[in-house]
Design a protein around this ligand. Sequence first.
Ligand SMILES: *Cc1c(COP(=O)(O)O)cnc(C)c1O
Length: 725
Amino acid sequence: MTDTTSAQDARCITQRPATVYEKLNALAHNLWWSWHPEVVTLFQSIEPTRWRQLGHNPIALLKEFSPDRLETRAYELALHTRVDQAYRRMVQYMTTRPVWAQQNVGVLGSKPVAYFSLEFGLHESVPIYSGGLGILAGDHIKSASGLGVPLVAIGLFYDQGYFRQYLDAEGWQKEEYIDTKVEYVPLDPALDKDGNKITVRVDTSNGPIFARVRKMAVGRVNLYLLDTDMEENSKEDRELTSTLYGGNSRTRIRQEIVSGIGGVRALRALGITPGVYHLNEGHNAFAALEVIREKMDDNGMSFEDAAREVTEQTVFTTHTPVIAGHDYFEPALIEEHLGPLGRQLGLSQDALMALGRKNPSDPNENFCMTVLGMNLSRYVNAVSCLHGKVTRHMWRCLWPEKKSESEIPIGHITNGVHVPSWMAWQMKTLFERHMPGWTEESIDPAVWEQVHNIDPGELWETHGVLKNLLIIFIRLRLTRQLRRAKASEDDILKAQAIFDPNVLTIGFGRRFATYKRATLITQEPGELAELLNDPDRPVQLVFAGKAHPADKPGKRLIWEISQLRKDPRFENRIVFLEDYDINVARHMVQGVDVWLNNPRRPLEASGTSGQKAVLSGALNFSVLDGWWAEAYDGTNGFAIGNGSAHTFDAITDERDRASMMDVLKNQIIPMYYDRDEDGLPLEWIERMKNSIATLAWRFSAHRMVADYTQKAYLRAAGGITAEIP
Ligand SMILES: *Cc1c(COP(=O)(O)O)cnc(C)c1O
């Protein structure tokens, strides 16, 4: 029933919808709407309060209206022209081929890229992501859509997604899993060429797992999501895809065979023959084995020949130097889940295990997905220049014949963010007015350089508007948090007036993994209190982030921050916002003055939230790690430390903390509060402009996807044969 309804909704595009109801439904069924502010505000204006309560979900919102009531509402609000215009723009977008694609995608036109990821962060109303990796995948496919790169994406549909976070009265993180109703997500059943719904089957030694395939439209890109919630499956397997990163390693390997092997089978059922397989992280490396099997079956090739071909077609991106971030499986799990495929490939259990071992002949080694991915890909890349170096060192044992690390064939393509999704619309409007030829999709430095022509007062005022919006958001959220935690009325009243828009505001939002050192800045509370409460030049701090449910030390860091509010010195100066997600992140990166990042170098592979902050005029203040190590030029933000790390973490931590305090006291605070007669911090504004001009295009997902296309995809698809950079 629900499937039919949404299929009808999606067909609205081809069936030329006539009514407001049909057009809005068509808009709601392609995530294109989410990066077009004029469409977002259109949905919002229908019923602003419900829009917020429903988590900015347009499908849920429209379900509250009958076609007649919506029609009436549209008349009351005079929405018809806006709806028509939005709809027309979407149709135009969907039916034109971008100039970039016409000139740059070559052979990919007939042989698209298949992009595999275990999570996709597209919008807060589609909760199938947990953090940075997912947001990156979401931004990647949005930019592929924008540039017109032929690409299909494959992942899993989680009906509960990642957990929702709240803090209990003592300040400890609690996890809550909420069922997403499938009919509230823009999904359609994926159909084969005869119009039948597609299901795939993946065999284990203990029987098959079945998955249905759903389709989500993300602009011009189709994202196919596999879902094991089917009657044919055991109860255990029906719940296999309910949560992201839940369960144990058995859950994980079962998810990974469904997404990797099942994903390749889904593509075949869809009639799609990819020219390139891009594995975003090791999770999906089993896909390459299934493609080898296809080639052996279809063309009668030997395993070696098929593997050689598949390797040429496969691009593998590794995302973390943290060991726990790489999947390892015990031999018994591999035998149970890969045994049937291994036998079809003609591989003994030893030969199969060898594909995932650093030392193929060591029987005690577990099976590592990253090793499998690296073994079966000719194009392996890290996600920043520094991460490239670290990765070559980390996996050098896989290339014993190379004499020096610099010869190891692992390059890097630095991450970037999808500008239309992350830049505040107020900034977009300002740029459109003052920067001829500028669009959010520009990757031409000369176009962005024109930011220097903007009047300092206007840029500052626009930033001020965004900062005010953040403070309103903080007050609302904090009030809600305190109500839920049964705080006193007095506390709640204070929360409703917390923070001051004239005070230098620093934001810190990210996963609470311990290497990110969320509490580095609070290590010396006395020193910090003095700084934050300076009568002339005060500072306020907003934190947000989730710790993985199993990460006790990470949860402890959240607890430490939550306790600070009980201290009168910090009560009005430090806030922890619960449930960091795309919505919270968007408010924070658009509204703060300074975006703080202080990971223990070199563990941050890239980091992307700072790139989002650039777009609306925040200045980065970061350890020289990940993207910042190649981005910082002395004039476009601020650095912590000098890019070195001591062997002992405790010493590194204290040095970085001291450097952070020093830069805060001697550079950031004085520059922020140094005002001219009009109240403008001119030097600061100059730095904002430098940041936008030098970083926005370089760390955009459009630049990133253009790089993947030119450096990896075209060659993998056999289009051109140049050397790996
Ligand atoms: C951007 C983003 C991240 C990743 O941020 P990092 O700087 O890479 O840690 C994580 N979670 C959300 C919700 C984000 O928007």
